[in-house]
Design a protein around this ligand. Structure first.
Ligand SMILES: NC(=O)c1ccc[n+]([C@@H]2O[C@H](COP(=O)([O-])OP(=O)(O)OC[C@H]3O[C@@H](n4cnc5c(N)ncnc54)[C@H](OP(=O)(O)O)[C@@H]3O)[C@@H](O)[C@H]2O)c1
Length: 299
């Protein structure tokens, strides 16, 4: 009987994936998370094999409490689906002054996974949810990433002066696409630094519609268009626009695939190379070093 952590399981991809896994594998345990314990409890009430817990990935103390909680209650972890992610289009900092999209999508993922490594079983799989928006050569409707040093990505004010953007919303989107590029550096670095476990990135594809809350920080008009107009595009562009249900089925296929190889990038249900830029080993090492230093400082 295995134990899997699924972060961000109260909405969108995480919610559908958690429900699908918990109903397909009733003997296995799924630790599901939300920033609000009550929201995770609502999801878990229909599934005796779900354990609801709270963690805010943008806040280091919250991650530390979550890890202590897990270590107290469980002896091993067989897998992590690091799905939770945010896209802030209004300037937002965490309580330590770190830009919130970077704090949640990059620093938080690193702290959580690194902190739980000692509990991982030999064949544990760790899936980090990235996005094809990390790739400047793919049309995704989002602005290209503008990758900076990690210290600048974490610095809302400093990076605002360097990132070229047309509007505040676009600046937020660029932070998001850059964070998803950083997630792939993280996967490559984890794969190199921990050869005992399997780390892969997963791109769910564009999932507009009411099931996803990723645009919660957008203006009311932009939110309305994303919820009501963009989902219709899947009838014209089925390869480009996905439903959350389709992407959750792909994520479950990837997570339960026993042939995964560490470092792979899964685009839905197939392995493809991620962007050329995502194989930059200097950036990868710099990010790894930066996150390790922050982690050590907080211990
Ligand atoms: N939607 C898309 O088109 C799309 C495309 C490519 C990639 N993705 C990626 O796919 C993943 C899921 O996206 P989605 O559309 O399902 O998003 P979503 O509906 O907004 O769900 C995000 C989940 O993450 C949790 N979350 C948000 N901020 C958090 C934080 N600081 N700490 C802990 N949990 C947090 C939320 O839980 P609570 O609010 O309950 O805390 C929620 O359950 C994300 O990583 C996203 O970047 C999405």
């Amino acid at each position: 009987m295995s134990t899997t952590i699924i972060t961000g399981a109260t909405s969108g991809l995480g919610l559908k994936t958690a429900r699908l896994l918990a109903s397909t594998y009733p003997k296995d345990t799924f630790i599901i998370t939300s920033r609000k314990l009550a929201s995770a409890q609502v999801v878990a009430k229909d599934f005796p094999n779900m354990i609801p817990l709270s963690v805010d990935l943008s806040e280091t103390p919250s991650i530390q409490r979550f890890m202590a909680n897990i270590k107290q209650r469980h002896s091993k972890i067989d897998g992590i689906i690091a799905n939770a992610g945010s896209q802030y289009v209004k300037p937002t900092l965490n309580s330590q002054g770190v830009e919130a999209t970077f704090a949640t999508n990059v620093l938080g993922q690193y702290l959580l996974i690194h902190g739980l490594q000692s509990m991982l079983t030999d064949d544990a799989r760790i899936i980090l949810v990235s996005s094809d928006t990390h790739d400047r050569h793919k049309f995704t409707g989002m602005p290209n990433p503008q990758y900076l040093s990690p210290a600048l990505l974490a610095d809302e004010e400093g990076s605002s002066k360097i990132i070229k953007h047309r509007s505040a919303a676009q600046l937020g989107q660029i932070r998001y696409t850059s964070s998803k590029l950083a997630v792939i550096y993280l996967v490559h670095a984890f794969a190199k630094n921990d050869i005992n476990h399997t780390y892969v990135s997963f791109n769910p594809g564009f999932m507009p519609g009411k099931d996803s809350g990723l645009a919660r920080d957008y203006s009311p008009v932009a939110k309305w268009v994303l919820t009501n107009v963009f989902p219709l595009m899947r009838f014209v562009l089925p390869k480009f626009v996905h439903t959350v249900k389709q992407s959750s089925q792909n994520l479950v296929k990837v997570y339960t695939n026993s042939q995964l190889k560490s470092g792979e990038y899964w685009d839905g249900d197939r392995v493809i190379p991620s962007s050329d830029e995502s194989y930059d080993t200097d950036r990868e090492s710099e990010l790894w070093q930066y996150l390790s230093t922050l982690d050590n400082r907080n211990r």
